[in-house]
Design a protein around this ligand. Structure first.
Ligand code: MG
Length: 376
């Protein structure tokens, strides 16, 4: 059978507001930089082709940026209409240059991420393969750890209860937030959780709110607790500070979730700023960009623990040569009809084609804006 070119017929963009059950606080709330988070805004892209193939992808924003991502995607999506959906690299470049005057990172490329991810979903579905298999995977399951039970708005007892429930559910690690105004309270919480979970892998996340001195002092106090990593001890753009800390401590340093392009990550990698890199596919502009980043990270000998959006990152982490971690967040569950399975500390890569998710009726009900783009 010879190849017959297909063409993108339409792209439906939707802005969907997901409410959170409890307002969420990390260290950025305690330093007064942000308010507790009450919702996450998603940009969904659903692509249909002339031959009847379909793909769905999403991007997201927290606290601000949702309307901007949606508006930018709406402006540039027309450039993809009529193009062969298989030529993802070409399409990414075309969409990028359609909006390049506002920059090639941040909101502009996060708007493209939803379309780029939908193109990968479509391509894998057309091949009748899970996305990880289309890309070429190293494993059928990935170590997973829970974050959602360890926020700073939760009391120590609540964090303990959530950790027990996660371990019971087959999740392999527990991450808790640190960065409270009282450093002693941070140490007390981390020690108590270490004691509570025994030798289950434990990570901490300061969400960029320590200065260099505090990070070094607390990092030293935490060395005995055998942490898998200390996450975002410093400002996300302080590559030199992270590098000095990574050099000074035995505990691995993880960072990268806040960076908004491959170029920003490249600086982190070049500075030897971390042991574990934490890119986020929607934030760096989609899977095309994320895959470029994985090549750089592997060459630099880094471990991988992608940030958030396990529905996408599970497939991408499965393709990384070194044994990665994927972050378990059940927040997005209501948006989809399918659920991911965890067993023996690992998340199982779904065998369904593509990403393996269909958009739920609940997500449709939470849609605040939608448009179908059919021409340039
Ligand atoms: Mg984090």
């Amino acid at each position: 059978m010879s190849y017959s070119p297909d063409a993108i017929a339409s792209i439906t963009l939707s802005s969907i507001t997901l409410p959170l059950n409890t307002p969420i606080s990390d260290a950025k709330v305690f330093t007064g930089r942000q308010r507790p988070m009450t919702e996450v805004v998603f940009l969904f892209a659903e692509i249909r082709t002339e031959q009847g193939h379909e793909g769905v992808g999403f991007s997201y924003s927290k606290r601000a940026g949702g309307p901007a991502q949606y508006a930018h995607a709406k402006e540039v999506a027309g450039a993809a209409i009529g193009e062969d959906p298989n030529d993802i690299e070409k399409l990414y470049t075309k969409l990028l240059w359609a909006g390049a005057s506002v920059g090639r990172s941040g909101v502009a490329t996060q708007a493209l991420a939803a379309i780029d991810i939908a193109l990968y979903d479509l391509k894998a579905k057309r091949a009748d393969l899970p996305l990880s298999k289309l890309l070429g995977s190293h494993r059928d399951s990935v170590r997973t750890y829970n974050t959602s039970g360890g926020f700073l708005n939760a009391s120590l007892d609540e964090v303990k209860e959530a950790a027990s429930a996660s371990i019971e559910a087959g999740i392999g690690g527990i991450k808790i937030k640190v960065g409270l105004p009282d450093n002693a309270e941070d140490l007390r919480r981390v020690s108590a959780i270490r004691e509570h979970i025994g030798d289950v892998p434990l990570m901490v996340d300061a969400n960029q709110q320590w200065d260099r001195t505090t990070a070094l002092r607390l990092g030293r106090r935490l060395e005995d607790l055998d942490l898998v990593w200390i996450e975002e001890p410093l400002d996300a753009y302080d590559a030199e500070g992270h590098a000095a800390l990574a050099h000074a401590l035995d505990t691995p340093i993880a960072t990268g979730e806040m960076l908004a392009s491959v170029a920003e990550h490249e600086r982190l990698i070049d500075a030897h700023a971390c042991d574990i890199i934490q890119p986020d596919a929607p934030r760096v502009g989609g899977i095309t960009q994320f895959l470029r980043l994985l090549t750089l990270a592997d060459r630099a000998g880094l471990d991988l623990a992608p940030h958030f959006a396990m529905e996408i990152h599970l497939h991408l982490a499965a393709c990384y040569p070194r044994e990665p971690w994927v972050e378990h967040f059940d927040w997005l569950d209501p948006l989809f009809n399918e659920r991911l399975e965890t067993r023996d500390g690992r998340m199982l890569v779904p065998e369904r084609p593509g990403l393996g998710f269909t958009v739920s009726e609940q997500a449709r009900a939470w849609t605040t804006d939608a448009v179908t783009v059919t021409h340039d």
